[in-house]
Write a protein that binds this ligand. Structure first.
Ligand code: NAP
Length: 285
């Protein structure tokens, strides 16, 4: 078997077109565009690249970008004041605090200070609680993007065995909850899981978010399973995922590549969450 390659770039491009339409409709209705604030603390080069690409994506979608850049030695008080300033600005519909923050600051504390109505990363305790309770709210971008890719290829999630490798707050846990919401039977694996390969081999849908290059090999995958690779690893200067793409493509029915799979969906969902947040706030005002 040679698996269908799920083209995340194409799906994200389609979504971004729709977001541009939605952002323009919002701007027409309320006399201002949705706005996204990025808060970058320090000079981590990878974070600077991510923030710049988010700001470019905003501009292309008709979302106004607001950049808050603080030096690496910014104090906790300065960081909190910046988040409070963004919370208070009605032109800002969504806020992301780029992680990781410098070691002397607490990223969980800072992201937790974002107004839940502007929590477009879906990482505050309020957003996590709403997801856990199955109530409407802003959902984390990468798990949302994965769900959209599964829908795009027509995967029937109801009753499906779904296995997620990784239990982070950023991805694994919310992914499991979103799958549960769609009535999949969900198993979440982690570093203490016994016989990982056998557990994964039960999956109709296998999602890997570990950060270990090509750890998911062909024997982890049931014939015909759909495999989603969230991992981003750099090996010999090239990007690769957590899945051995070549070997697993021979067993799976569909698979996401790295790059060009889940990654583009994350930014598209961030933009989408920003428009959703803008609308929620405007309708509540
Ligand atoms: P993380 O917080 O480091 O979590 C990694 C998870 O993998 C943990 O739950 C860990 O288990 C588990 N794990 C580690 N070694 C394992 C092993 N040998 N067997 C089974 N499980 C193992 O990472 P994350 O933030 O969730 O990100 C995971 C990967 O996804 C990274 O490569 C990251 O760059 C990528 N990512 C990509 C996007 C995107 O937009 N494409 C977005 C987010 C993340 P324990 O909990 O037991 O330690």
């Amino acid at each position: 078997m040679s698996a269908q390659v799920i083209d995340g770039l194409a799906v994200a491009a389609k979504l971004r077109k729709q977001i541009a339409v939605d952002a323009a409709t919002f701007a027409e209705q309320y006399g201002r565009p949705p706005g996204l604030a990025t808060i970058l603390i320090g000079d981590d080069p990878a974070s600077a690249v991510y923030v710049a690409s988010k700001q470019r994506a905003c501009a292309a979608a008709g979302i106004e970008g607001f950049s808050f850049n603080l030096p690496a030695d910014a104090t906790r008080e300065q960081a909190i004041a910046t988040i409070e300033e963004a919370n208070a600005n009605p032109a800002i519909s969504g806020i992301i605090c780029q992680l990781p923050v410098p070691h002397h600051l607490d990223g969980v504390e800072l992201t937790g200070l974002v107004d839940p109505l502007k929590d477009v990363d879906g990482l505050t305790t309020t957003s996590a609680g709403l997801l856990a309770l199955g109530r409407p709210g802003l959902r984390p971008c990468t798990p949302r993007g994965v769900l959209m890719l599964l829908d795009e290829v027509g995967v029937e999630l109801e009753g499906a065995e779904a296995v997620v490798i990784g239990r982070s707050n950023l991805f694994g846990k919310p992914m499991g909850q979103l799958l549960l919401e769609r009535s999949a039977t969900v198993t979440i694996c982690h570093s203490r899981t016994k016989d990982l390969a056998a557990t994964c081999a039960r999956a109709d849908v296998l999602i890997a978010a570990v950060g270990r290059a090509r750890m998911v090999e062909a024997n982890f995958v049931k014939a015909g399973a759909v495999v989603i690779d969230v991992g981003i690893n750099r090996v010999d200067g090239a990007l690769c995922g957590d899945v051995d793409f070549e070997a697993v493509s021979e067993v799976a029915s569909a698979i996401t590549p790295v790059p060009g799979g889940v990654g583009p969906m994350t930014i598209a969902c961030l933009l989408d969450n920003t428009v959703i947040a803008a609308r929620m706030a405007a309708e509540q005002a």
